[in-house]
Design a protein around this ligand. Structure first.
Ligand code: ADP
Ligand code: ZN
Ligand code: ZN
Length: 729
């Protein structure tokens, strides 16, 4: 029989938008074996080269002689294995995305490109044999002192940095004479001695005990605690316990929550090196952290969304801070939700997953109510801090100055008189959201998007926040030639201008993506601002994260924009944002005050939030979602299509719709409909929304139809994507 003699081939996941695996023969002289699963290989693909991952080894499907040879095996041992590889298989099935793209998303960029798994050794210096004997003959000086230092044995460069000023030049001098050498040593954990934290209060203690009680297996715990209630203290205790048992801990935080203050707190308290992973790190560093976790050397990481893909061979605990935060969902490529994937991994790893928030997502609250998550409540602010007093400021018929009412300006003045710090929150950057001709009604629209241009630079420039298009503000109206062009409404820039004029003797600092592109710029600006009396004007970059202990007034401007939105999640997002921003006030010794300025003081969202807090709001909102058949009481998926030609989008989504309808499954299909922004960056955009009461029928329907959808000729005329559990409708 010919078959038995045909050698096994590698079945590869390649980073291609095709839902299948690809067979390759190993390079000539190499053999495929079952132990290769998880190894990266480089292969020819058309005229290109790709890096893929071996996911199966077996007999060739189809005509073996047609198969090409891989060019190179890139790893001696699998880089993806065990729980992580299995969980990624799950993620590919759940997102209905090609496995190759999922694996490529999970790997750090350097590994995705095929670079070797980096060394995670530390470097140390030691005396050579010659150095041992020649040391005594060295003249006094830095090289001699370094040599004396090294006499006791090799020293890590980390240690030398701490102990010995300018040791590098001394080491070079010794090395040049063959007296000392640089050697790789296993990385040893150097960290400051852990500092004790505050004595936990009863609620915190109960939460810590609940985590301890479930540490032997998987459990989901929702730590539902008001802002400033000491959730981070609970994490720190749970992590310390995890480390004491020799296990690894993964802490996920939102993009804007990963501040030096947060990191410093973890580092000071844990007594082991705390790794950090976020999008601003270089590729090399990301790959090294990944390798250090894969080898079990690293113990704790605090990271943003993509840290959920770190290998955790000795996992003991996963923490997701601010679990409701939108930044955990990736909105392009593989559309995963880091919190949800963290739960999947926790289950596969058999470790507890602790989700924390002052404003839990309705999904998590529902899971807690249904008994699927343990519900741990922290209802008091920790220490002496008092909850802030929240007031509504009715601005109907009031004269507004850059959107600020006289009452608002007075309250700001009083807070400053009392030596306080004020945060004016407006979730809109730029000078004004619209440029309008007062004579004819023309407004500046982006040429490539269905969106107005935002006015910037004090009214001199126009910028599209969706595609980045820029231009000068015209001198006259392009339609009527009139000179009555007026910026309408106010963004952070205009508010800053108004406040600077009104309060000339205090500093006004604006924080938004316009002023602080870079993470460290934000840190520096805030550090310089310090705790002095003054005004911060900012977007949601300031809604959380940084501790602002002297903040006594939070003034929220522009609540109304969020009150009337077509997205069924808009009320949830607005309520979360308001509570989070309000939580910034009065975090330390000084009492805080929050002022919400609105034209709709009687809006049920605001009145419920004010009288009953977030949980009263959440209960009502959940009841409405249940009535309307929205998540978490239904499961959704969204097909999106974009093309220059709207007919192509429509045609493709109709193919999808008909394929799904033909199944006669218990599934609602809405659309095709124009996307909320029907044209962006020159592309027409449409969408098709699927909704099912039962998660399984949604996934079964997608499984049954996707092969035909991939193969449809209409699919080639659009850019399309599928988003399971979409968060932006
Ligand atoms: P959260 O994460 O819930 O916003 P934090 O853990 O940051 O709250 O705690 C808020 C503040 O209260 C911090 O300054 C923290 O050091 C302090 N704190 C936390 N727990 C206690 C406690 N049990 N006693 C005194 N102070 C505490
Ligand atoms: Zn005009
Ligand atoms: Zn645009």
């Amino acid at each position: 029989m010919l078959d038995t003699s045909s050698p096994p081939v590698w079945r590869l996941a390649l980073p291609l938008p095709l839902p299948r695996l690809f067979d390759y023969l190993p390079p000539p002289g190499d053999d495929a074996s079952a132990a290769d699963v998880g190894v990266r290989v480089r292969v020819p693909f058309g005229s290109r080269e790709l890096v893929g991952v071996v996911v199966e080894v077996g007999p060739a499907e189809g005509d073996a002689p047609e198969l090409r040879h891989a060019l190179a095996r890139l790893d001696p041992d699998p880089v993806l294995q065990g729980e992580l590889l299995e969980s990624l298989h799950w993620l590919a099935r759940y997102t209905h995305a090609p496995l190759g793209e999922v694996l490529a998303t999970a790997l750090p960029a350097a590994l995705r490109r095929g670079e070797p798994l980096p060394d995670t050794h530390a470097w140390a210096w030691q005396l050579t044999e010659g150095g041992q004997t020649a040391r005594e003959r060295l003249r006094d000086g830095r090289p001699r002192r370094l040599a004396d230092h090294l006499l006791a044995g090799p020293l890590d460069e980390d240690r030398l940095d701490l102990a010995f000023e300018d040791w590098r030049s001394a080491a070079r001098a010794l090395a040049k004479r063959g007296l000392a050498e640089r050697v790789a040593v296993p990385a040893v954990a150097h960290a400051p001695m852990p500092q004790p934290g505050p004595q936990l209060n009863a609620e915190q203690q109960a939460a810590v005990e609940a985590v301890h009680a479930s540490r032997e297996g998987f459990a989901a715990l929702l730590l539902d605690g008001v802002t400033g209630s000491g959730k981070t203290e609970v994490y720190l205790h749970a992590i310390a316990d995890c480390l004491a048992r020799g296990r690894q801990a993964l802490v996920l935080v939102p993009e804007i929550g990963l501040t030096p203050q947060t990191l410093a707190r973890f580092r000071a308290r844990l007594g082991v090196p705390v790794h950090v992973l976020h999008s601003a790190l270089g590729d090399g560093e990301r790959a090294r952290t990944w390798a250090a976790f894969a080898r079990g050397e690293a113990r704790v990481v605090v990271g943003t969304r993509s840290a959920v893909f770190l290998p955790l061979p000795d996992a003991g605990l996963i923490v997701v801070d601010e679990e409701h935060d939108g930044s955990f969902k990736q909105l392009d490529g593989i559309r995963y939700h880091a919190r949800d994937f963290a739960l999947v991994r926790g289950k596969a790893l058999g470790v507890p997953v602790l989700l924390g928030s002052a404003t839990p997502s309705l999904e998590s609250l529902r899971n807690a109510q249904a008994g699927r998550y343990a519900h741990l409540r922290l209802q008091q602010r920790a220490g002496d801090a008092q909850p802030p007093a929240v007031r509504i400021c009715d601005v109907r018929k009031r004269p507004l100055e850059a959107g600020l009412s006289p009452e608002m300006l007075d309250t700001i003045g009083h807070a400053l008189d009392a030596d306080g710090q004020v945060l004016v929150f407006k979730n809109r950057r730029g000078y004004a959201p619209v440029l309008l001709c007062h004579d004819c009604g023309w407004s500046a629209q982006c040429q490539r998007c269905d969106a107005p241009m935002t006015v910037h630079a004090g009214g001199r420039r126009l910028q599209c926040h969706h595609c980045g298009a820029r231009g000068p503000v015209p001198n006259a109206c392009p339609d009527c030639g009139g000179l009555a062009l007026q910026p309408q409404g106010a963004g952070t820039e205009r508010i800053e201008e108004t406040l600077t004029a009104r309060f000339p003797d205090v500093p006004v600092l604006r924080i938004d993506r316009g002023t602080t592109q870079r993470r460290d710029a934000l840190e520096q600006a805030l550090a310089k601002f310090g705790t002095q009396r003054g005004i911060l004007v900012g977007t949601q970059m300031l809604a959380k994260g940084h501790d602002l202990p002297n903040l006594t007034l939070v003034a929220v401007v522009g609540v109304d924009e969020g009150l009337f939105s077509a997205d069924f999640r808009a009320p949830e997002k607005l309520a979360q944002l308001l509570i989070q921003v309000a939580g910034r006030a009065g975090r330390a010794q000084r009492a805080g005050e929050v002022l919400l300025q609105t034209h709709h003081p009687g809006h049920p969202l605001l009145t419920t939030l004010l009288s009953g807090g977030y949980h009263a709001f959440a209960d009502e909102e959940l009841a409405q979602r249940e009535l309307a058949g929205f998540p978490p009481f239904a499961h959704m998926a969204m097909f999106r299509a974009e093309a220059k030609d709207v007919a192509a989008c429509d045609a493709f989504l109709r193919v999808v719709r008909e394929a799904l309808r033909a199944l006669n499954a218990p599934l609602d299909v809405h659309g095709p409909l124009p996307a909320p922004m029907p044209r962006r960056a020159g592309f027409q955009r449409m969408q098709l929304l699927l909704s099912a009461a039962d998660r399984r029928s949604l996934h079964a329907s997608l499984d049954a139809t996707l092969p035909a959808i991939y193969g449809a000729p209409e699919a080639r005329r659009v850019r399309w994507s599928l988003d399971v559990d979409p968060v932006d409708l």
